[in-house]
Design a binder for this molecule. Structure first.
Ligand SMILES: Nc1ncnc2c1ncn2[C@@H]1O[C@H](COP(=O)(O)OP(=O)(O)O)[C@@H](O)[C@H]1O
Ligand SMILES: [Mg+2]
Length: 296
């Protein structure tokens, strides 16, 4: 299955996003999903519906090209590791001063097949089967150099096949545990004041969990608290316990989630404060669309 990128329609979408940033009024755009980092916009066209993931503005063509290559590489390596990834294309537009704006574009897959949704709607047998398939993928793919953000909202079940969606921030490391991702670029959405502190102290701990199967499973299970799916945790803990070297406990998961939620809560609060300063004090557009409040 392959699709042509709806270039003109994305052009128009980007104009609308620019307007939304200027006015902080995002009612003209349809938001498909709120991640922690990107906003995913729905684009309906005559040739189908697309999920468009807007990346931070790239300061140079070189950094855009580097990121595009990283996304391609990430998809190839996941594929080789047995994780099927939704077909993803990049779209970009040059901006003044050598900058570029870019989107990762995928076909909009059926929202009712999103695994975070199915865990709620599909019944025990599906949940158990899903978690088994999930563990298979995680164990096969994840290494100290190839990471995965395994949370349930990153997977969609299409015709019985688990498809991974979240490739805008490729999780790959070099031999010295350094992210290949342009981390400073993706963290420019944090206020300038804390950016460097945050960058240094938090980056490694934010990313570490993605590079071990146990970390990925812990993060997945912790996230079930946020998804209000806590009731599934004991069953999944038991199911995972048989497969992990060092089993997970429900207390560990709850504690992990409390820390994680606190960290993201703080980050989002700082971003909102920064947006306020941009818009009201500096009187210039804040260059990101922020999620509305997330219930935790
Ligand atoms: N191809 C797609 N089809 C339908 N919905 C999608 C698609 N890609 C993403 N979404 C929705 O947007 C949400 C966030 O997308 P994701 O790629 O995980 O970005 P983030 O890095 O922000 O988490 C997903 O959880 C899902 O609800
Ligand atoms: Mg995601």
């Amino acid at each position: 299955m392959t699709f042509a990128i709806p270039a003109d329609a994305i052009d128009t979408l980007e104009d609308e996003v620019t307007r939304a940033l200027r006015t902080t009024d995002d009612r003209a755009i349809t938001i498909l999903g709120y991640g922690e980092v990107t906003l995913v916009l729905l684009l309906e066209t005559d040739s189908g519906a697309f999920a468009c993931k807007r990346l931070p503005v790239f300061p140079s063509r070189e950094r855009l090209d580097r990121h595009s290559a990283l996304v391609d590489d990430y998809i190839t390596r996941l594929d080789k590791g047995g994780v099927e990834v939704a077909e993803t294309r990049m779209w970009h537009r040059p901006l003044p001063g050598g900058r570029s704006v870019a989107y990762c574009v995928q076909e909009a897959l059926p929202a009712d097949r999103l695994c975070s949704r199915l865990l709620r709607t599909a019944g025990d047998a599906w949940c158990e089967g899903f978690f088994e398939r999930f563990l298979d993928r995680v164990e096969a793919a994840v290494t100290p150099r190839l990471g995965l953000d395994g949370q349930a909202s990153n997977w969609i079940d299409v015709d019985g096949e688990l498809v991974y969606l979240d490739v805008t921030t490729p999780l790959m490391r070099d031999g010295h545990e350094r992210e290949l991702l342009d981390v400073p670029l993706f963290f420019t959405s944090l206020p300038w004041l804390v950016r460097d502190v945050v960058r240094m102290a938090m980056t490694k701990s934010i990313f570490d969990k993605f590079y071990s199967p146990r970390g990925v499973v812990l993060d997945f299970l912790g996230n079930l608290h946020k998804e209000r799916l806590d009731h599934l945790i004991p069953r999944f803990v038991e199911q995972a316990g048989a497969r992990l070297d060092q089993p997970l406990g429900t207390e560990e998961i709850a504690a992990y989630y409390r820390d994680d939620a606190r960290m993201w809560e703080l980050i989002q609060r700082l971003r909102r404060a920064d947006r306020f300063v941009h818009n009201k004090v500096l009187r210039r557009p804040y260059p990101f669309l922020l999620p509305h409040r997330v219930a935790r």
